[in-house]
Design a protein around this ligand. Structure first.
Ligand code: AKG
Length: 288
């Protein structure tokens, strides 16, 4: 073979080897599949980042009639769930309609049959040494062994009922957050109420919002900044007022409960009952 031909075919082989090495080096560095344009690592990362940043984005299609296998959730969500952002200084909430009217009616009825409310001493609150009836009914449900203190009293969670579990799982699907405890408040009419308070108990996981689901009569829900309460306030920050409607979900994100008190005030014109479920995540080592 002529030396020139030998030289040029060697050159071609070397060029091919070089090209091959370059391509594989590039694919290895960017972890790409030869036929996939997107780096593999990025796909997973993007997914998980999206989940962390805004887990609510990915949840879907509210289709009431669509019953799935046992073990899966029998409700889906509108896509996207139309969230409304509620913000003020130190207040960060999201509000959406989670259930259709028909589904919310059904869940309200089931809750009326299933939930067992506190009676006796547990249905009372002590103020200046005197016992008073709590101006609503309350119950606590959750994972085995969980206890939660409010109004200075520890309450042991009863095991989840099917409807509470169903609503809890619907909230998880809509938000991406998991919950191990729920406080149920039942207001027989507009005279029943809850006074200003913060849900800032040390047992609550600060990384998880409190998810408040309402059924029945719509009620006003009022946030008041801790610096704007009482007569001698340090500053004047306007209260934030919402109406929580039948089938709605309100997410109270951190740090709302650090700075803002909330209440459901008396509304005498309201004649119908309401049930509110506040799903919470209690840090497990706070079991008692
Ligand atoms: O009934 C409501 O909407 C509020 C209940 C509440 O404030 C609570 O569970 O801490």
């Amino acid at each position: 073979m002529c030396p020139f031909l030998l030289f040029s075919s060697c050159n071609a082989v070397l060029r091919d080897i070089h090209l091959y090495c370059c391509v594989h080096f590039f694919l290895a560095v960017f972890q790409m599949d030869p036929f996939v344009r997107q780096p593999k690592g990025m796909i997973g990362k993007e997914d998980s980042d999206e989940e962390n940043e805004n887990p609510r984005k990915k949840f879907k299609v509210l289709d009431e009639g669509n019953e799935e296998d046992e073990g899966s959730i029998m409700v889906e969500f509108s896509d996207p769930l139309p969230w409304q952002k509620i913000e003020a200084e130190g207040l960060d909430c999201d509000y959406a309609l989670l259930f259709s009217r028909q589904k919310a009616d059904e869940l309200f009825k089931q809750l009326e049959e299933e939930v067992q409310y506190f009676t006796g001493e547990k249905a009372k609150v002590q103020v200046f040494g005197k016992f008073h009836d709590i101006p609503r009914k309350q119950a606590t449900y959750g994972d085995p062994g969980l206890m939660y203190s409010f109004s200075g009293v520890y309450h042991l969670a009863r095991p989840w009922t099917p409807t509470l579990e169903y609503v809890r799982d619907a909230v998880t699907r809509a938000t991406g957050y998991t919950f191990n405890f729920v406080l149920v408040n039942r207001y027989k009419d507009g005279r029943d109420h809850i006074g200003e308070h913060r849900d800032d108990e040390k047992e609550l996981d600060p990384n998880c919002p409190i998810a408040s689901v309402s059924f029945g009569a719509a009620r006003d829900f009022v946030f008041r900044h801790r610096e704007s309460r009482g007569q001698r306030t340090h500053c004047r920050i306007d209260p934030v007022k919402l109406e929580l409607t039948h089938g709605s979900l309100l997410l109270m994100n951190y740090p709302t409960n650090t700075y803002w008190y909330h209440s459901v005030p008396v509304r005498r014109r309201v004649l119908a009952p309401r049930i509110n479920l506040t799903f919470r995540r209690i840090i497990m080592n706070s079991k008692h």
